[in-house]
Design a protein around this ligand. Structure first.
Ligand SMILES: *Cc1c(COP(=O)(O)O)cnc(C)c1O
Length: 362
């Protein structure tokens, strides 16, 4: 069986370095908001090219803390792509604000800048872009619209650590950016973890307090904050793994290139990497009319696949108030997509087998 993603194999490569990092934390006697978190925050800000980084507990918190710290809430609207993982919307609605869904571009699966302007009202406060599947959104037109209407641009970077748009890293393309280090992401912890990057000093200071009970100074609370701290252990592990991120992303790109050049089947639509982008291939998503048939065929041939995602957010029970709405592009995507194996530990032999099997699909 070719697994969709072999996390054990990915982390075993770094076993000794990870164990040493954990050992150091154990022996330090300091486990929350200490040296390891500071070190990772500095290292990750430098990596993204931003002035600041704030470690938090997970990707959803990273998104929702940005919205909270910007004071976006009841009565406000935030634009968000209709085909994202539900976390993007939950971060908006958990703050009392209303997510306004924007249809994506069928070629890139990212928010279509041409669909944004018509949805802006006097309640709109921000555009949340999601660099889905590992590819940056087309940020130039989006930032231009945001400037015109005085909106914040919030990046959901959970699937695109290290991706580049016109020479600039994601996480440094808007006002603030949220990262998830969930184990399966391109940069994954050994548990839950997240971070926010920004060049906005005021936001940075506010976030440092918000993640820690609204407090800068122990037992002095200036905001009604939350407990969403990145812990020392995960931070130490992430500092180790960050050194390998670019190499691992390069390996993903090699597999993707092999797929793009060799999968030849008229029933399969391949993903498109825009020329301005350095795609990091968090997942490799193909599209086909009878998706369930393709998934079964691949499984019967020893290839594990996953659907990112089977149900669009507006058709989820959680958002019953949207269930009557139709977002045709998003629905088509959710019906036809299938993610085939890609990872930093996948071998070219395995990729060859995947190509052979897919090319024989009829
Ligand atoms: C994974 C993911 C998140 C949430 O991250 P968690 O760390 O699981 O909270 C948010 N947005 C997108 C697009 C994701 O893929």
């Amino acid at each position: 069986m070719i697994p969709f993603l072999d996390l054990k194999k990915i982390n075993e490569q770094h076993h000794d370095l990870i164990t040493q990092a954990i050992d150091k934390v154990v022996k330090s006697g300091w486990y929350i908001l200490g040296e390891s978190v500071n070190e990772f925050e500095d290292k990750f800000a430098t990596y993204c090219g931003t002035k600041y980084c704030v470690g938090v507990a997970n990707g959803l918190d990273a998104l929702s803390l940005i919205i909270k710290a910007y004071g976006i809430g009841e009565g406000d609207e935030v634009l968000v792509p209709s085909n994202t993982y539900i976390a993007s919307m939950l971060a908006i609605s958990s703050n009392g604000a209303t997510p306004i869904l924007v249809e994506p571009d069928l070629n890139t699966y990212n928010i279509d800048p041409l669909n944004i302007e018509a949805l802006i009202t006097d309640k709109t406060k921000a555009i949340m872009v999601v660099h889905l599947y590992g590819q940056s959104c087309d940020m130039e037109p989006i930032n231009e619209i945001a400037r015109k209407y005085n909106l914040k641009v919030i990046e959901d970077c959970a699937q695109a650590h290290g991706a580049i748009y016109k020479g600039k890293k994601i996480g440094n393309l808007g006002d603030a950016a949220a990262f998830s280090f969930y184990p399966g992401k391109n940069l994954g912890a050994l548990g839950d973890a997240g971070a926010i990057t920004t060049n906005d000093e005021e936001l940075y200071m506010s976030l440092k307090a918000h993640r820690n009970y609204g407090s800068h100074k122990k037992y002095e609370n200036i905001y009604k904050g939350v407990n969403s701290r990145l812990d020392e252990m995960q931070a130490a592990i992430l500092s180790v793994k960050l050194d390998f991120l670019d190499g691992e992303n390069n390996h993903r790109r090699e597999i993707a290139k092999y797929y793009l050049e060799n999968i030849k089947n008229e029933k399969i639509v391949l993903p498109k990497a825009e020329v301005d982008n350095q795609h990091v291939w968090h997942v490799f998503v193909v599209r086909t009319n009878d998706r369930d048939k393709l998934q079964k065929y691949l499984l019967d041939s020893g290839i594990q696949t996953i659907i990112h995602y089977p149900i669009p957010p507006h058709k989820q029970k959680a958002y019953a108030e949207w269930n009557h709405l139709n977002y045709e592009v998003s629905e088509k995507i959710h019906q036809e997509i299938l993610s085939i194996p890609i990872s930093p530990v996948m071998t070219l032999e395995e990729a060859k087998k995947v190509v052979e099997v897919i090319n024989k699909y009829e």
